[in-house]
Each structure stands twice: as structure tokens, then as C-alpha cells.
Ligand binder design. Structure first.
Ligand code: SF4
Length: 740
């Protein structure tokens, strides 16, 4: 550790996990650079470059603390305590509740491993939860993971595209739907740019012309939440023209099955025929000629590699939308073929996420009664269900590893009430936040650059998936901070679960995880850039075992969905919160509010980091210039964003690529940046810039409970200069934090 030689590492701040080299000067971490020799290291983003500022930020939490005032007090009165006091208190409260109310009365939460460094520890967090015996884990699955990981199980029996990843290096056509890798997953963006340069076709479906959409052969500007109609129309064109893989459909889907005297294929074709391009254009805003041309490209340029993310989540019809796109993808015949979506071979390792503890009798997860096929089936609890269970006292405690629950979910005010009502709440985190402020105990967490982590496989290609790397700490932990991993192990031993956690010995746990690979920790420490295991991709693995669906085939028609009263064929329903669905609100709220990730911040984090905030100093609302002109708004004006649930503020940013009926906001604005003198914004109340303050988690997707955060009625108006006074209310939220 140290010296001036660059240290091989990777950035785990988001799902891209970019290979990098760190520069240290006299033991101080000063810079992070891309490492082109690493399979994910072609580039790093501004957030990765700002890593030293995150590590050394003055507002970091450095000591455990407990609150000394009631939950509704303006000042939590944090009091520094020792780790032993903190962990003993947490363990005692959890065990008491487990004895009196059952382990299910303790909920767990974490930030998303796709947008934070909890990826270092998330499998271990899950092991702790399962071992403790609680089925109630809230990790934002319904907001950003359902469409990639769990919903596709009802079509493919596998996570496509979350685990069967796009083979971008060999794709003939790349389809990105509701996904902007330039912001969300940089390694995909660099691979895609290379693929386009060698001649691959690119199709981007996005209401904004963002990132790689500018390079796309087809950019389809879909009206938010109408993607299922577009997918059904594309399928209609493909079926009519014979632009589908006949052999795959015949041999590997349930197309030939009969339902009420008709084949599934006939039923699917009829469903799609309800969405001819002219009709779909009226729904989606995508021109008929573009639908036809895109369908042709998907066929002629296959194999198709596809990926989707949050643009398709957070809608009242998310599951059927994912179903429609999954079935469309099946028609291309590109699953598990070179250049399609591929399950790359894994380095052998022992699973450590505690699946073995799921055997036997377990209490049901909150929400499984209402949505038996949704996230709760897999023991993930939606934000709305968590709030309800906390408010009606089925859940009485929360253990949270990062995350910012009240800012990340719709209806922040209800979230605050739910967290205030808990008997006990402990949050492990890097910084204080509107969620952490509601905790009884806060535990200081290291940044990933101060801690060790084991990464087996980097996902993007067979080469990447063959790499094992032990990321070593660049600098010692600041203050008394401990890694999430360490906290999991410390807590497990105090909860009497040490036998399942190698009695707290993390190194022994890593050795167990690595054992089948034949790689040792010593080898990994000697090779900080990682050790590569020679592996070869096998394709069409389904030919050996079939698909992991009830029928063993790709299910164009899902009998499972039918048995639970849901549409068994993919279908489109107008978003329940759009102006078309709510004509009663459309006069006052004629616009559609959606949202998109910022390049500069991971979700609700990082606004306090000057290197990032300087490029994005204010919360913004993107709108078409015509939308603004009609309301007397000029670029850069402070505006009021109004929904039926209240108003927040933002600065107007013009984006001529948008439909004039659609505006795009950013969630996660609350934190001040003292170094730049830029203000914070209160999470609640009239001076707020918190998008989720004016959105609700219902009406949600009936199958998954996904919240309608990306297609809701709204309007915008100029905010008078007087109206913007007081925006400094939340300035320096951490300025008096004596813990730092
Ligand atoms: S995209 Fe940026 S934040 Fe994400 S892993 Fe790469 S460098 Fe880190």
C-alpha cells in the first residue's frame, strides 16, 4: 500500500465496476484512472475520478452514534458511542424482537448494489438476513431490479438481461430499451461504441435522446409508460413479415400449445394485431415507418443483444411491459447464442448468499398475500409494503445497510412517518441523510477504497467473467469506520450466528468462497490486478436441460400468470397516472413527469462532493423549449413543478429532443455542498426539491408493486423570485455534525 506506483483496483461505486489504477502520494489517495488492461477499464466516469474527494470528505460519518431525542425532534442529539455499545445494543434489540414477535418483525434494507458499493457485501447481507430468519428485505428491487432479474423468470425461467448479459463484442444489433449506459453502466457504453464502430446496428428506445441515442440507427422516442404497445407493434410487424426465428419459436417456445382450442402462437399474433403501427403510433408517439424499419433491423441485423433498466421500471404496467419485450426478444432467437444475451461461464465458487437457510418453514414476506408472484415471492419487500407494514406494526425494526429510503421511494412524508414509528432503527452509512437522521443508531461505514473486497467475475464478456480480483484497501479506514462486510460479520457473531459466519473471520469466509476455483487469497494478494481463469463460453445451454419454466420452454403464454388472474399474454395498459388515464386531472396537470439518472451522482448520493456538484449545481427539470415558452419560462429559471400531491422546485433546462408534453426531473436532491457554497434542500415542505415528495407509490403494478414514478401527471410554472427565497433552509445539513 503506498508508494507512487499506481495501485491496480476497480471502482465499485456503481454496477459498471470499472477497472482502474489508483495514485497515492505519501499514503494519501489522490487520483483514480482507467486501467485499459482490465476488461472493464477502458474508461472511468466523473464519479470515479471524484473518489478521493468522497474518501476525504469532511462530512463523513466517523464514529458510531445514538440519538438522544425523540424521532420528531429537530435535532437528533447524536451522542458518540463505542462500537461495542452500538453492536451490543443492536443485537439485543433484534433478538428481543425476534423472541417476542418473530424474526419477520425485523426488516432489513440496503442500497442497490447497482448504484452503490454495497455490491462488496450484498451477498453477505442477504446471508445475514436469511440466517436471522427474516423474509423482509427491502432493497429497491421493485424500482430497478424487477425487470432485469425477476420478471423475466415468467418468460425465460432466467434473468434476461440481468444475468444473461448482452454479448456486445459479437452482437449484430444492440437493443437498449429504457437504458442509457453512458450514465448507468459505463463499461456497456464503451463496448457499445466499439461495436457500433465495427458496424453493429444500435436501437435505442428512450423518451430522451440521451447518451448513445445520438449514435443509434433507430432512436424511438416512446411516450413514457407505453413501451408495451411499442413492443407488441414491433412483434406484429415481425410476425406479419416472417421476421422471426421459426425454428426457435417452434422448438423452444410454447407457441404450439393449445389454449381453449387455439394455439398460443395464434393468440399471440391476434394480441399483436391489435397494435398495428398506425395504432401504436397514436399510443406511443413513435412513427409507423420507424416501427417497421426497427422491426426489420432487429431481424436482419441479428443476433440481438439487449439490455434494459430503470426506464421500464417504476410504471403501473411494468411487468406486462417486460413480458412484451421479453417475448419480442424470444422471437429474434438470440438468447444464449454468440452475439445475443449470454450466460458466460463462471469461475467456480461457493455461493455465500445463504440460500441454504431458505429451506423449511419460513414466515411469509410482507406483500406476498397481495402480489404472490411479485418481489415478495423472492423475499424482497417493496417500499410501499414496507411503509404499510411499519405503520401497522407488523415490522417493528429496521437494519439498513446504506440506502436512503425516504428519498428513493415515492411519498417521502409517509416514509418518514413509517420510519419514525419503528421501535428500533439502525443505519450503517457513509454520510448522514434524511433517512439516517431517523435512526436510533448510526454506524460509520468505510468507502470501498478503504476496505478489501472479493470480486469473482466482472460480467461483461467471457474475458471479464473469468477475472477474479481481491480489491485491496488503498488507505486505512477513516475514524472508526468499518466496512459493511465487517459490520455484517460483527453483528452476526453477536446475534449468535457466528457458526454460519466463520466466527467472524472474514478471511476464512473468503477462502471458503474461493475454494472451488483453486485460487488462493495469497495468489490474489500477489496479483492485485486479478487472476484470470481460462473459461470458454458454451452456447444454447437450454438444449441440454430446457428452460427453467414450468413448461421447460420460453413461455409466450404464461399459465402461471393466468392461474393468478393476470393476463397470460403480454398486454398494454395506459399508465394509470398519465393525463390520458386521468382526464379529471389533465386540465390542471397536462404534462407527463418522468425522471432520469444524472451522470454526476449515484441516485441520492454525492451532491456534497464539489468535484461533482460544480458540474450540476442545481436540481433540474428538462422540458421542451415550446413547453417553457407557453408558460413564460426561460432556460435557467427556477420553476415550480406541480403534481396533485404538491410542489417542488428546480431549474428549467431546455431539451429539444423531448416531446413537448413530457418533462424529466431528477430525484435525490437534498444535500448541500459547503465547499462550493451551494445549498441543500429540505426533503419535505415547500422549499423542497425532492421529486419523490410529489410522487406516490400507488397505483402500482398489480404483479410487482412497481411504483408509477416515471409517467405521472404534472405541470410547471415559473417560480417567482420571492418564491425561491428560503431555498437555503437546508443549507449545511451537516455543518454542525460534531461526529465528523
Ligand atoms: S461508471 Fe463511474 S462510478 Fe461507476 S464504476 Fe465506473 S468509474 Fe465508478
Amino acid at each position: 500500500m503506498g508508494g507512487d506506483d499506481p495501485v491496480p483496483t476497480y471502482c465499485p461505486l456503481c454496477v459498471s465496476r470499472c477497472g482502474a489504477r489508483a495514485t497515492l502520494t505519501d499514503g494519501t489517495f489522490v487520483a483514480l484512472h482507467p486501467d485499459p488492461s482490465h476488461p472493464t477499464g477502458k474508461a472511468i466516469c466523473v464519479k470515479g475520478r471524484a473518489a478521493p474527494q468522497i474518501v476525504y470528505h469532511p462530512a463523513r460519518l466517523l464514529h458510531p452514534a445514538r440519538r438522544t431525542t425523540p424521532k420528531d425532534a429537530a435535532d437528533p442529539g447524536w451522542e458518540q458511542i463505542t462500537w461495542d455499545e452500538a453492536l451490543d445494543t443492536v443485537a439485543e434489540r433484534l433478538m428481543t424482537l425476534a423472541d417476542s414477535d418473530g424474526p419477520e418483525s425485523v426488516g432489513f434494507s440496503s442500497s442497490s448494489p447497482s448504484t452503490s458499493a454495497i455490491s462488496d457485501a450484498v451477498d453477505w447481507v442477504q446471508r445475514l438476513i436469511r440466517c436471522f430468519g427474516s423474509p423482509n428485505y427491502s432493497n429497491y428491487m421493485e424500482l430497478c431490479g424487477w425487470g432485469r432479474y425477476l420478471a423475466p423468470l415468467y418468460t425465460f425461467g432466467a434473468s434476461v438481461p440481468g444475468v444473461y448479459l448482452p454479448d456486445l463484442e459479437n452482437a449484430g444489433c444492440i437493443l437498449f430499451w429504457g437504458y442509457n449506459p453512458s450514465v448507468a453502466r459505463l463499461a456497456h457504453a464503451t463496448s457499445t461504441a466499439a461495436a457500433v464502430a465495427r458496424g453493429a446496428k444500435l436501437v435505442v428506445v428512450d423518451p430522451r435522446k440521451a447518451g448513445l441515442a445520438a449514435k443509434a440507427d433507430h432512436w424511438l422516442r416512446v411516450r413514457p409508460g407505453t413501451d408495451a404497445a411499442l413492443a407488441l407493434s414491433l412483434m406484429h410487424v415481425m410476425i406479419q413479415n416472417g421476421w422471426y426465428d421459426v425454428d426457435f419459436v417452434r422448438d423452444w417456445t410454447n407457441a404450439a400449445d393449445e389454449v381453449d382450442g387455439r394455439t398460443v402462437w395464434d393468440l399471440l399474433a391476434s394480441r399483436c394485431a391489435g397494435f398495428p403501427p398506425d395504432a401504436a403510433a397514436e399510443i406511443t408517439g413513435v412513427a409507423p415507418a420507424d416501427i417497421v424499419a426497427t422491426a426489420r433491423t432487429l431481424w436482419e441485423a441479428r443476433p440481438v443483444a439487449f439490455y434494459t433498466w430503470s426506464g421500464l421500471e417504476q410504471h403501473s404496467g411494468t411487468t406486462q411491459t417486460i413480458r412484451a419485450i421479453n417475448v419480442l426478444y424470444a422471437l429474434t432467437g438470440s438468447l444464449d447464442v454468440r452475439g445475443g444475451n449470454v450466460l458466460f461461464e463462471d469461475v467456480p465458487s461457493n455461493p455465500i448468499d445463504g440460500t441454504e437457510f431458505l429451506d423449511g418453514e419460513r414466515p411469509p414476506a410482507v406483500g406476498v398475500d397481495k402480489r404472490p408472484l411479485g418481489p415478495a415471492r423472492f423475499e424482497f419487500v417493496t417500499g410501499e409494503d414496507f411503509y404499510t407494514a411499519a405503520l401497522d406494526r407488523r415490522i417493528k425494526a429496521l437494519v439498513s445497510f446504506g440506502g436512503n429510503m425516504v428519498m428513493a421511494h415515492g411519498d417521502s412524508t409517509r416514509g418518514r412517518e413509517a420510519l419514525r414509528g419503528l421501535d428500533f432503527f439502525v443505519q450503517a452509512d457513509l454520510f448522514m441523510s434524511p433517512t439516517a437522521e431517523l435512526a436510533d443508531i448510526v454506524l460509520p461505514v468505510t468507502t470501498p477504497f478503504e476496505s478489501e473486497a472479493l470480486k469473482i467475475g466482472f460480467e461483461y464478456s467471457q474475458e471479464a467473467q473469468s477475472l477474479v480480483q481481491l480489491r485491496q484497501p488503498l488507505v486505512p479506514p477513516r475514524g472508526e469506520a468499518r466496512s459493511d462486510l465487517q459490520i455484517v460479520f460483527d453483528l452476526a457473531t453477536r446475534l449468535g450466528l457466528g457458526a454460519h459466519f466463520w466466527e467472524g473471520d472474514m478471511e476464512a469466509a473468503f477462502r471458503h468462497q474461493l475454494a472451488p476455483s483453486g485460487i488462493t487469497l495469497e495468489e490474489l494478494r500477489a496479483h492485485p490486478a486479478g487472476v484470470r481463469v481460462p473459461l470458454t463460453t458454451r452456447y444454447r445451454k437450454y438444449a441440454d436441460t430446457g428452460f427453467a419454466t414450468p413448461s421447460g420452454k420460453v413461455e409466450l403464454y404464461s399459465a402461471t400468470l393466468a392461474a393468478h388472474g393476470y393476463a397470460p399474454l403480454p398486454d398494454f395498459e395506459e399508465p394509470l397516472t398519465s393525463p390520458r388515464s386521468r382526464p379529471d386531472l389533465a386540465d390542471r396537470y397536462p404534462l407527463v413527469l418522468s425522471c432520469a439518472k444524472s451522470l454526476f451522482f449515484c441516485e441520492t448520493q454525492h451532491r456534497q462532493v464539489a468535484a461533482l456538484r460544480k458540474s450540476a449545481p442545481d436540481p433540474q427539470l428538462e422540458m421542451h423549449p415550446a413547453t417553457a415558452a407557453a408558460r413564460g419560462i426561460t432556460a435557467g429559471d427556477w420553476i415550480s413543478l406541480n403534481t396533485p400531491h404538491g410542489s417542488i422546485r428546480a431549474r428549467a433546462k431546455f431539451n429539444a429532443s423531448l416531446d413537448p408534453q413530457v418533462v424529466f426531473g431528477q430525484h435525490g436532491w437534498w444535500e448541500a455542498c459547503d465547499e462550493l457554497g451551494l445549498p441543500g434542500y429540505p426533503p419535505y415542505g415547500p422549499a423542497s426539491a425532492n421529486l419523490n415528495l410529489v410522487l406516490r407509490q400507488t397505483p402500482s403494478d398489480p404483479i410487482s408493486g412497481s411504483s408509477p414514478l416515471r409517467a405521472s401527471v404534472c405541470n410547471v410554472a415559473p417560480l417567482s423570485a420571492a418564491g425561491h427565497e428560503g431555498r437555503d433552509v437546508a443549507r449545511s445539513t451537516h455543518a454542525d455534525n460534531s461526529l465528523t
